[in-house]
Design a binder for this molecule. Structure first.
Ligand code: B12
Length: 249
């Protein structure tokens, strides 16, 4: 079935990496015009219309899951890809995030009351000495959108802060962000503290932030590296699956 909403079709064509257009197309093509309109209004950051469309969709019998998957997350997937490929920038992402929040405000209470199993529990923080949090917050937003429970421990987070949060919330995944070359080593120190406390096997640790690389992540013993918020979600899903596999064997 072709993409029927003219605006969404225009946005969709920006998804240019091999495989992605097909992948996102497969998710969006079969959805109806109302869900496509919701996705489009989210992409362009129209929080008033996303709010209205979500309410109307609920009133006319769409399930909260359907709205999340077919409307909001489909839109957010395109936002994430466009941001990663420098087709849009931080302000546009924040405006789309506000629209996502407007829709989520209606469906979150329904989803949590329904007891839908979360994708996993993640602790996210910016490491000690570092106050940058825009990227971390984008990752959190995408993770929550993908069904993870995320506890945000904020900026300037010490190894002890990460450990305390893991213990308090029984999290499987730790995500650390760093934007300064001077604070990147604090990721390694945090990992070492998990080891010293005998807790390293309890969690899987992913790292990111503009100066962080796969090589650096490997060197300090992280389990995964993500270059952007879309990858943060992909890595978190992989790590949860890995941990489940290990625990069941
Ligand atoms: C905004 C900003 C600030 C703001 C921060 C506001 C805030 N609330 O975050 C303010 C003004 C406070 C600031 C302060 C400083 N800053 Co500053 N800042 C920036 C700037 C312009 C943008 C950073 C940003 O938000 N990028 C956008 C986000 C979306 O990208 P991101 O963080 O990389 O996140 C993405 C990915 O990396 C990834 N990701 C991020 N975290 C994680 C985590 C995981 C687990 C995963 C998987 C993925 C992931 O996903 C995100 C989304 O795609 C950068 C320059 C730049 N262009 O990067 C300088 C920059 C980072 N800052 C810099 C510096 C030097 C400073 C200061 C030291 C300046 C000073 N002398 O006071 C202070 C340090 C304060 C401190 N202790 O932290 C330097 C760092 C240089 C270096 N090599 O270390 C930069 C590169 C500027 C420069 N070119 O010199 N800064």
């Amino acid at each position: 079935m072709p993409i029927t909403h003219e605006g969404l079709a225009k946005e969709f064509k920006w998804v240019t990496r091999p495989g992605e257009q097909k992948h996102i197309g497969e998710a969006i093509d079969p959805t109806d015009p109302i869900m496509q309109e919701m996705a489009y209004e989210l992409i362009v950051g129209n929080n008033v219309d996303v709010d209205r469309l979500t309410r109307e969709a609920l009133d006319s019998g769409y399930s909260a899951n359907q709205i999340l998957d077919d409307g909001l997350l489909n839109g957010m997937a395109i936002v994430g890809v466009k941001f990663r490929d420098n087709l849009i920038f931080v302000p546009e992402v924040l405006v789309a995030a506000r629209a996502m929040k407007a829709g989520m405000a209606h469906i979150e209470p329904i989803l949590s009351a329904s007891g839908a199993k979360p994708a996993g529990t993640v602790i996210m923080g910016t490491v000690k000495g570092d106050l940058h949090d825009i990227g971390k917050n984008l990752c959190i937003m995408m993770l929550r959108g993908a069904g993870f429970i995320v506890h945000d421990i904020g900026v300037d987070s010490s190894p002890e802060d990460f450990i305390a949060a893991v213990e308090e919330h029984g999290a499987q995944i730790v995500g650390m962000s760093a934007l300064l070359t001077t604070t990147m080593p604090n990721m390694g120190r945090t990992i070492a503290t998990f080891e010293d406390m005998g807790l390293r096997d309890e969690v899987r640790i992913m790292v990111g932030g503009a100066p962080v690389t796969q090589d650096f992540a490997d060197e300090m013993g992280a389990d995964a590296y993500g270059d952007n918020a879309v990858e943060a979600v992909d890595r978190a899903k992989e790590l949860v699956a890995l941990l489940a596999e290990l625990r069941s064997s």
